[in-house]
Design a protein around this ligand. Structure first.
Ligand code: AMP
Length: 282
């Protein structure tokens, strides 16, 4: 496995890689969810292809300085995990490698970014689109792998790829969960024991909403009631039923694939999750 930290070294290493290249962008603190993306990348490119991982805590996508400062950065463990997973190339730069002190260009998606996390985290998706486009330019991958755990991010990256004619195929991967249903996340390790015990209520709330027959308001009320009972200390950021393609809130029973999406604070830690749901039979 080759590990590089500068854009110059990255371009050199990229030039020596033959075969199709799959990129898995991450912010590190790798867990089994990230490794599922690596496995999907490997399966997609086959034995002749190459798999690259970027590990970069992108400062311009953080809306809260405390979240950026406390984001875990276990680089040595991450490199060991990549090596064990058969990754060919890792790019783990410092922020100064990617952002000049006077950097002033952002990629802005103007529709899908207006709801859910985009509404509560100003500038977040502009930061995400900007770093992902930079990584695509640096790696020139044939395909890039993203998790459905960050469903809105996946939708926005797909839109950016389409609208900017980027020659990259986007491969989605299902969410990996703990046995109790909690979606794996690098932020889970910052939960207090009490918050960790309560956090699976997020997923249970999504299941309750999915399994409630009724209007969107009735479904969301069932989810809210479950959260209030099983995670009374959590502070809900949003809980919504949206169209899976446009991400706009639904006020009637879905006639197309839909998405239940939730974000909640457990202390300082903000967790997100989502669940795809199929339309009610007519
Ligand atoms: P992050 O390091 O949080 O920026 O995530 C890097 C990539 O891993 C993103 O495409 C995420 O959607 C994906 N990812 C994070 N958590 C999970 C999970 N539990 N299951 C599947 N993919 C995930």
């Amino acid at each position: 496995m080759t590990t590089v930290t500068s854009t110059h070294e990255l371009r050199q290493a990229r030039a020596t890689l033959g075969g199709p290249l799959a990129l898995v962008p991450t912010m590190g603190a790798l867990h089994a969810g990230h490794l599922a993306l690596v496995a999907a990348a490997r399966a997609a490119v086959g034995p002749a292809g190459r798999v690259a991982v970027s590990i970069f805590v992108n400062p311009i996508q953080f809306d809260r300085p405390s979240d950026l400062a406390s984001y875990p950065r276990p680089l040595q463990a991450d490199l060991a995990a990549c090596a064990a997973a058969g990754v060919d190339l890792v790019f783990a730069p410092q922020a100064a490698q990617l952002y000049a002190p006077d950097h002033s260009v952002r990629v802005i998606e103007e529709s899908l970014s207006t709801t859910l996390c985009g509404a509560s985290r100003p500038g977040h998706f502009a930061g995400v689109c900007t770093i992902v486009l930079k990584l695509f330019n640096l790696f020139q991958p044939d395909l890039a792998v993203f998790g459905k755990k960050d469903y809105q991010q996946l939708a926005i990256i797909r839109r950016m790829t389409r609208d900017l004619d980027l020659p990259v195929r986007i491969l989605p991967v299902d969410t990996c969960r703990e046995p109790d249903g909690l979606a794996l996340s690098s932020r889970n390790q910052r939960l207090s024991p009490q918050a960790r015990a309560a956090a699976p209520a997020i997923y249970q709330a999504l299941l309750a909403a999915r399994d409630t027959r009724g209007t969107p308001a009735q479904r969301l009320a069932a989810a809210r009631a479950l959260l209030a009972t099983r995670a009374p200390d959590a502070r809900l950021d949003y809980l919504e039923l949206v169209d899976a393609e446009t991400l706009q809130p639904l006020d009637a029973a879905p006639r197309r694939p839909a998405l239940l999406a939730v974000a909640a604070f457990f202390g300082e830690v903000r967790l997100i999750d989502n669940l795809e749901i199929q339309p009610d039979p007519a």
